[in-house]
Design a protein around this ligand. Structure first.
Ligand code: AMP
Length: 430
């Protein structure tokens, strides 16, 4: 059988020594994932794990029919029972569905959850954009309150800061209440209709599906037209303005720097009031590492209570790439305490049992039986590459004397010690 390639837009996360790009090293993924879990633990946010596929209808109804995701990016298939299923393109709809199913809202008035895992979107692959990618995201569901928006933003900010991403820029905007946004949308549409022929093809389409999205078009001609467009900030109702001002005040009190960007609208249909994005310009064209906002009606439209939600998601790939670029995580080092080499059959059986015992006592041990003493040099080179702290060598001669040779790979110093004391000796150095 000829070699089968991995699907376009996917990548493997591999042991560091095998990863072509440093950000694909599984050790780095683990470090960043651990940091996310730890930051969420500190904020008393609990993890939620949803299925990777859900009914297609869930995304059509919540992510929204006019969003790019639903229109052209979903991996949808019929299962063997002829039900339409979709590989999750984002986490929010599944998280809300799971909370509703678990009656979470009858148990407490504010629910805070986070998730971490793969998402799937049929997009044009490029640096920082994949068809299977990973997000961690936080959702806070509760009564409408600026506190919760500021809390969600601060959690994202803290995680990015803990990763050492000092260059992060927080862009923030308000999409106001549904009523105000509708009035604005029609004013914007009228304005854009008068310029329709000069708009890009994408924007011409969006004019009829979601004119707000034209505000964040990257097309130069669109951008020139948008400069003259009416601004939502000039049409804000009192309540939306007060709400937004309170979010900003809370951020300021927590020393979180932000920039108001009135063109920031985000791509999903469900946002209202606060929307925000974390950007790191130095990582290239795909500079958005995360983003989110408040969703007003989604929970009630999905059959939940009339509470609101606010949340965000960050792309793990871009986070890892940015973290490495910022020099925060160096090349992953090995955690191997001792690489054990057995020369000969008797030595191999003894060492096998010893390695097993050592692992049960928290030591990180690797080893193999080498039948050919001439291969010892090769084994030492491998242990060096692995970054093992020690190498233990057990030949039949040492075995007969109840001794083992132990080499410190840093100092190259070699000692001989009783085999029975090896595990204790290694444990002392932990
Ligand atoms: P979104 O769910 O579209 O708001 O995206 C939130 C974050 O997920 C973005 O800021 C990116 O960091 C990441 N992201 C979204 N789509 C992709 C993708 N196709 N490949 C890699 N990361 C992505």
């Amino acid at each position: 059988m000829s070699h089968i390639q991995s699907p376009k837009g996917t990548f493997d996360i591999l042991p560091g020594a095998l990863a072509e790009e440093p950000w694909q090293s599984s050790q780095l993924w683990k470090q960043v994932e651990d940091l996310v879990h730890e930051q969420c633990r500190r904020a008393c946010i609990h993890e939620i794990r949803m299925p990777i596929f859900e009914s297609t209808e869930l995304f059509q109804k919540s992510t929204g029919e006019s969003s790019d995701i639903v229109q052209k990016e979903m991996y949808t298939f019929d299962d063997k029972g002829d039900r339409s299923m979709t590989l999750r393109p984002e986490g929010t709809p599944g998280a809300l569905r799971a909370l509703i199913d678990a009656n979470a809202f009858q148990k407490q008035s504010v629910n805070r959850v986070y998730y971490l895992g793969p998402m799937f979107r049929y997009e044009r692959p490029q640096q920082g954009r994949y068809r299977q990618f990973h997000q961690f995201g936080i959702e806070i569901l509760g009564p409408r309150s600026p506190w919760l928006d500021a809390e969600a933003i601060s959690l994202g900010w803290n995680i990015l800061s803990a990763l050492g991403l000092q260059e992060t820029e927080l862009l923030i905007n308000t999409l106001a209440s549904d009523a105000t946004r509708r009035t604005y949308q029609s004013a914007l549409k009228d304005f854009l209709m008068s310029q329709e022929s000069s708009l890009s093809e994408d924007s011409k389409r969006r004019l009829h599906t979601n004119p707000l999205r034209i505000l964040d078009s990257k097309d130069a001609a669109d951008r020139a037209i948008i400069t003259g467009a009416p601004k939502l900030s000039q049409m804000l109702d009192d309540d939306s303005k007060r709400f937004f001002d309170q979010v900003l005040e809370l951020l300021e009190r927590a020393c979180i720097r932000y920039t108001i960007d009135d063109k920031l609208v985000r791509g999903l249909d469900y946002y209202c009031d606060t929307v925000f994005e974390f950007q790191i310009k130095t990582i290239g064209a795909q500079s958005a590492v995360g983003g989110g906002g408040r969703y007003g009606r989604m929970l009630s439209e999905m059959g939940g209570p009339s509470l609101e939600g606010v949340g965000f998601a960050c792309g793990m790939e871009r986070l890892l790439q940015a973290t490495l670029q910022a020099g925060q995580f160096s090349k992953p080092s090995s955690n191997c305490h001792c690489f054990m080499i057995a020369l000969g059959h008797g030595a191999a059986t003894t060492l096998f049992a010893l390695i097993n015992e050592g692992r049960q006592q928290n030591l990180c041990l690797e080893g193999w039986p080498s039948q050919d003493p001439k291969k010892l040099k090769q084994a030492l080179q491998y242990a060096d590459k692995l970054g093992a702290r020690y190498v233990a060598i057990l030949g039949d001669e040492e075995l007969a004397n109840g001794q083992v040779k132990l080499r410190h790979m840093g100092t190259r110093e070699e000692i001989s010690l009783p085999l029975a004391g090896l595990i204790e000796y290694l444990k002392r150095g932990l």
